[in-house]
Design a protein. Structure first.
Length: 253
């Protein structure tokens, strides 16, 4: 079974790697230097790069890594002209192997068109890019709320113990917004525990899907108590996602 590693980059990005103690695959390299350092420190050979989407904070390390290691880059077919050096392309529902492990390609469009997530079922890992964050979600830049809600539904269908390996440390900002509108008892204590993690210098992600199913506002379109509390009982699931995203966009900390 593959191992995984998490590397902080830029202000709040995370780069992920999976490896078998010999070779490694990097997901969404924000920058090259910390990846190179990790590979050297752990005596690993870089096998390939896989990307979730084309935004600069997910691809800026590709050029240097490709020139240094002469490796291939994979991304969604939609992003074939938006991810540098990409030569292998995936479509939703594709099934493949990476370092001997099974991987399922999941359509998580909404933040961007063509964004994909990499699900490693045996390792119980989902590399979700900027679709879903702990207690939040990505901006809807290229897609629409209906597309985003369908992407969330695909993630909700995964086993609850799946670790969501998202690409940003946005948890406390998301929690601050949520505390302003949450109606469910216990959230304040949950928020305090998350703040304590950060005070101790620990990451709040990855995290188990089960926790987001309980708390993440964007996944709770069937929470009738929450909808009543927010006076949005009439909204369908896509409308619910749109409303919560708009409130988050307008929130002043």
């Amino acid at each position: 079974m593959l191992k995984w590693a998490q590397i902080p980059a830029w202000d709040d990005n995370y780069i992920y790697l999976v490896h078998d103690d010999k070779e490694a695959v990097v997901i969404d390299p924000t920058e090259a230097d910390p990846v190179i350092d990790f590979l050297n420190d752990n005596n690993l050979k870089l096998n390939r790069i896989i990307n979730t989407h084309h935004h600069p904070d997910h691809i800026s390390g590709i050029d240097e890594l490709v020139h240094k290691y002469k490796i291939t880059v994979s991304c969604s077919k939609y992003d074939k002209n938006r991810v540098p050096h990409a030569s292998i392309f995936f479509e939703p529902n594709d099934k493949l192997e990476i370092l001997g492990s099974k991987v399922n390609i999941i359509d998580v469009s909404g933040h961007t068109l063509g964004q994909i997530a990499y699900h490693f079922p045996e390792e119980k890992l989902l590399f979700s890019g900027d679709c879903l964050f702990r207690l939040g979600c990505g901006y809807i830049f290229e897609g629409d709320p209906e597309m985003m809600q369908k992407s969330f539904s695909r993630i909700k269908d995964l086993p609850k113990e799946t670790l969501i390996c998202c690409s940003h440390e946005y948890t406390l900002a998301n929690a601050k917004f949520q505390e302003s509108i949450e109606c469910r008892p216990g959230f304040k204590s949950y928020h305090e525990a998350l703040k304590q993690l950060r005070k101790e210098g620990k990451f709040t992600v990855p995290y188990p899907l089960a926790e987001d199913l309980e708390w993440n506002l964007f996944l709770r379109w069937d929470d009738e108590e929450l909808k009543k509390h927010l006076n949005i009982e009439q909204l369908d699931p896509a409308g619910f996602v749109a409303e919560i995203r708009q409130r988050k966009n307008l929130f002043k900390a």
